[in-house]
Structure formats: C-alpha cells, structure tokens
Design a protein around this ligand. Structure first.
Ligand code: PLP
Length: 449
C-alpha cells in the first residue's frame, strides 16, 4: 500500500497544492493515516464530527438503509428516513418552525433560506424586498449566492464583481472595544447598526438579515452580548424583515444547547440553516427549517421553485436520524456544555503562559483563542508572521488538528478554533492541551515571541 509520500501526482485538487497524509480510518476522536499515525481531531474536521467517528449505531443504521434503498427521487417517492428526520428536526424547534427542507450541505441550506425568503416576499406582495443584510466578518457558504452574504474579503475578493454583493454590518466584536459602555450597552449599540443600515438601504428593499447566533470560523466563536439578538429581532419586526439564523456550525448541540439560538429564547428566527453536526460527517446533509407562516403562502402560490437532486436522500437522512439518536442517547448537548466549560478553562489558563494569546471565547464546545501582538490594544500579529498557518502546522506535526482563520482586512486577527467532538473525555482534553502547548511553545520559539 502506498503512503502519502509515495503517491504520484494527483488528479484531485482542492484550494492549494498542499497534500496531507492519506486517511485510512477514524474512530472516536482520532483519525488514522496509512502509516498508522493517530491524529486527535481537535476541530471535529470543520466543526462537523460532533458525535465522533465510526459510531457503530450510526453505521448500523446506515447499513440497514443501504440494504433497502440508497436513492429514490423525491418526485417519484416519499421515503421514511426523510419523513422521520423532518419530524425529529421540528421537535427541536421553537413553535411554528416546523417545515423542513433537506439539502446536502451548509451552502445549499443558506441558498435555500434566501430563495424561500424571496419567494415568500413574492407570494405576499412584497416583491420590492430583495436585499439580505449580513455581517462582517461572517461566513455563509461557498456558492455564489451564499458568498454574496459572506463578509470575509479573502473569500469574496477573487469573485468581484460578485453576482450581487449584499450589504453588511459589523459583527459585535465587543472584546475589541475600549469604551466605557457595559457589555449589554455594546450589544444594543451593535444591533442598532442594523437599523441604521436598513434606513440607509431603504426599508422597503430589505428582505432579511442573516446571522450566525454564535460566530463560527470567520469570527472565532464570537458570542454576542445577551442584549444583541433580542434587539436584532425587535428591529426585524419593526421593519417587517425576516430573521435568518445560520446554524450550520452552531446547530445540533455544539454550543451546549441544541441550537445556538436557544441561548436567547426571546429572539427566534423565521428561517434557519442547519448542516455540519446535523449528520456529523456520516453523510452530506443539511436542512433549511422555516416557520410554517412562510412556507404555506409559498406552497399556495404555486410551489417552492427550488430543489436539489439529492434533497431528502434516504441514506443521508437515515444517517441524520441515527446521529440525532446518538446525540440524545449520550446526552451530548449537556456534555458539550460541561466538557466545553472545562476545555475553555484550560484554554483560558494558557493566557498566563502566553502573553500573545489575546482572547479566549466561545460557548459549549465551540471555542477559540486569538493571537495578538499586544493584549492591551488587541493589535493583531503582523500578517507576515503567518501565525494562522504556522501554529496549525506545529499542531499538525504533533498530531493535533485545529482550525484557523485570519480575517484579512477585518478587525479580527489570527484565531484558532478548538472544537473537538462532543464525546471527548477528561483524559483526552489533557492530551489535546499537551499537544497544543507543545505547538504554542514551538511557534513562540520560532516567531521569537
Ligand atoms: N454557514 C456557516 C456558518 C458555515 O460555517 C459554513 C461552513 O463552514 C457554511 C455555511 C457552508 O457550509 P458548507 O461548507 O457545508 O457548504
């Protein structure tokens, strides 16, 4: 069997020429390459593998479905896994949010949210509304529609002029502010920027506002002040604007509640995008969940003009059902809260040892730390230092996977997501921290910090 170093030039390509070892198998919180090396999955891939790898109950459920049918086109057949998963998904939702539309990933889920909102506006005589306001930084997906909502220059610049770039407001990066306001006041102030922007755009042209209730990779687990989302909801209501929660990363338990938005129960969205932990990497699956108040007029007005070939795929839905059953059986939502608090305390402890860690943040098991040149001013490390790649590589050398971003042109510098599967135990947290400390020491040495 060939190892990664012996492989001939590949026909396969992704973002760059970088090659990684060939994956052989995965189990629990570890992935193994063909040389038998074990890697601790400190970021659940891209915050996906919430229930860990190779869960036997999920694999068994998928095999049972595989023996029956792996595909049946939605125009020709209903399928039971899709039906059951829609019911299960609706059971986690606030009242009325009980219409579920399946897709194959996060970008498709976000596209579906925009298209439902647009069709709802049409069906209800609001055809002038088309703008979807979002935030900087934010990430909502790779497809051209979702990209127009994404507030991250590094992702959008290569595609300028965009098909139609959408208006943005700043995310509530309160930890960077040096004013005398309380956190609650800052939350309201950041939310009020939405109202200013709506007025500026012309309220009659604004269709929706999309937001990750707790920021993902673009912001590094940015948790808004408690006043933020309730005020956003108020503003959306005032102007008749739909509120879309992008729960692609925060959904399915990662933040210590089933939905990221459940931390602020008075601020409920109208439409929601789910993916990642929803099927936890066992199948490409996502969902748009919408309030019936929106879906009914669209269906009455001739139907939802939207759909994907793999929507409601029976195998993917069987995987999703089995994943949610495991989330419940192992009580992984509470576990994310408890183990997340422990891991966050450990990460916060690193600030005593490394003055270049400027902030540790997040909720549940959606955690991140940010590196800075100066903790007082939160000035980012120089770009040339390439901290976000250097530290990730030091960790990788120690067989620890973490996930990094630097929001070029934005206010947030190099940040690192530490988001292991929710099944991680205390000893494994210790192992993760040991590897991370080794990587930080090596990075500091090299960078002269
Ligand atoms: N929305 C958020 C918040 C995400 O984090 C992501 C992916 O990282 C997406 C949307 C896009 O999901 P996908 O990569 O599955 O298309």
């Amino acid at each position: 069997m060939k190892t990664h170093s012996e492989r001939p030039e590949s026909n396969l390509f992704y973002q760059s020429r970088q090659r990684r070892p060939m994956l052989d198998r995965a189990e629990g919180i570890y992935l193994y390459d063909r040389d038998g090396n074990a890697y601790l999955d400190g970021s659940s891939g891209a915050m996906v593998s919430n229930i860990g790898h190779s869960n036997p109950n999920v694999l068994a459920a998928m095999k049972r479905q595989m023996d029956k049918a792996t595909f049946g086109y939605r125009l020709h057949f209903e399928n039971e896994p899709a039906e059951l998963l829609a019911t299960k998904t609706a059971s986690y939702m606030p009242d009325g949010m009980d219409r579920v539309f399946f897709v194959s990933g996060g970008s498709e889920a976000v596209e579906s949210c925009i298209k439902l909102a647009r069709q709802y506006a049409l069906a209800t005589g609001q055809e002038k509304r088309w703008k979807v306001i979002s935030r900087t930084p934010s990430y909502h997906g790779a497809t051209m529609g979702a990209l127009a909502l994404t507030g991250m220059n590094s992702m959008t610049d290569p595609f300028e002029p965009m098909l139609r770039m959408m208006p943005k407001i700043p995310a509530p990066t309160c930890y960077l502010d040096r004013d005398n306001l309380t956190l609650e006041q800052r939350g309201t102030r950041y939310a009020d920027i939405l109202e200013d922007r709506i007025e500026q755009e012309g309220p009659e042209s604004v269709l929706a506002f999309i937001v990750e209730p707790i920021g993902g990779a673009s912001t590094g687990a940015l948790v808004p002040p408690d006043t933020y989302l309730p005020r956003i909801r108020e503003i959306c209501d005032k102007y008749g604007i739909l509120l879309i929660y992008d729960e692609v990363m925060t959904g399915a338990g990662r933040t210590g509640k089933f939905l990221g938005g459940d931390h602020w129960p008075t601020a409920r969205p109208d439409i929601m995008a789910l993916s990642k932990g929803f099927a936890a990497g066992y199948a490409p699956l996502g969902a748009m969940v919408a309030h019936r108040r929106l879906v009914e007029p669209v269906l009455d007005s001739g139907g939802f003009v939207h759909g994907y070939t793999y929507a409601g795929n029976p195998l993917a839905c069987a995987a999703g059902l089995a994943v949610l059953a495991e989330v419940e059986r192992q009580d992984l939502v509470s576990r994310a809260e408890v183990m997340g608090a422990k891991l966050k305390a450990e990460l916060t402890g690193l600030m005593d040892r490394y003055p270049f860690i400027g902030d540790v943040r997040g909720r549940g098991m959606l955690l991140a730390f940010e590196l800075v040149a100066d903790r007082e001013t939160m000035e980012p490390l120089p770009k040339e230092m390439n901290a976000f790649t250097e530290l990730v590589e030091e960790a990788y050398r120690r067989k620890l996977i973490i996930y990094a971003r630097r929001t070029r042109g934005g206010v947030i510098g190099d940040h690192f997501l530490v988001c292991p599967p929710l099944i991680i135990d205390q000893d494994q947290v210790g192992e993760l921290m040991e590897k991370l400390t080794g990587a930080l020491d090596a990075f500091a040495d090299k960078a002269g910090l």
